[in-house]
Write a new protein. Structure first.
Length: 166
């Protein structure tokens, strides 16, 4: 069975736009349930992006996600090197700022792809980003996943694949 590795936008877009904590508690109860049964996980870099804002989402994560939900990425250097090579090999396509932003050590995007790449046999990236192969200004997670043969889905596809409703 696949384990879904959720990107920062899984939380932030849900909280700010689609499923506010104070309105759609069934969504957040489902996220908590999926986290507790290890159907979804994330990485330390996503945690850092969420926790930059001292807001209700950070508080919800602290109070509702298991202690081992955010996985350590310090041991994925081989996979991260593959992601770096993929991005830098496209320097004739992407603007330098796009590559620098994508590979910024404080940003989760490259690391989430690398984490799934390192565990590719049963991991799937979950992101709300859409593929934009012609974009020169931003490297999108789906395009890296496609380039490196890493499985990815959006949030609703994840829920469908898990046969979850709320």
């Amino acid at each position: 069975m696949s384990v879904y590795v959720v990107d920062t936008n899984f939380f932030i877009q849900a909280h700010r736009a689609h499923y506010p904590l104070d309105v759609v508690s069934s969504f957040w109860n489902k996220v908590k349930e999926l986290a507790e049964n290890k159907s979804i996980i994330s990485i330390d870099k996503v945690k850092h992006e969420i926790y930059r804002n001292n807001d209700a989402l950070k508080q919800w994560c602290e109070e509702n996600l298991p202690d081992d939900f955010f996985k350590d990425t310090s041991n994925i250097t081989d996979a991260y090197s593959q992601v770096v090579s993929w991005a830098t090999a496209r320097s004739n396509h992407f603007l330098p700022n796009a590559i620098n932003e994508f590979l910024d050590s404080e940003e989760a995007d490259a690391f989430i792809v690398a984490y799934v790449l390192s565990e590719n046999h049963d991991r799937v990236v979950v992101t709300q980003e859409l593929s934009e192969p012609k974009s020169k200004k931003k490297i999108k997670i789906p395009d890296v996943c496609i380039g490196l043969n890493v499985n990815y889905v959006n949030v609703m596809t994840m829920f469908r694949e898990l046969s979850e409703t709320f």
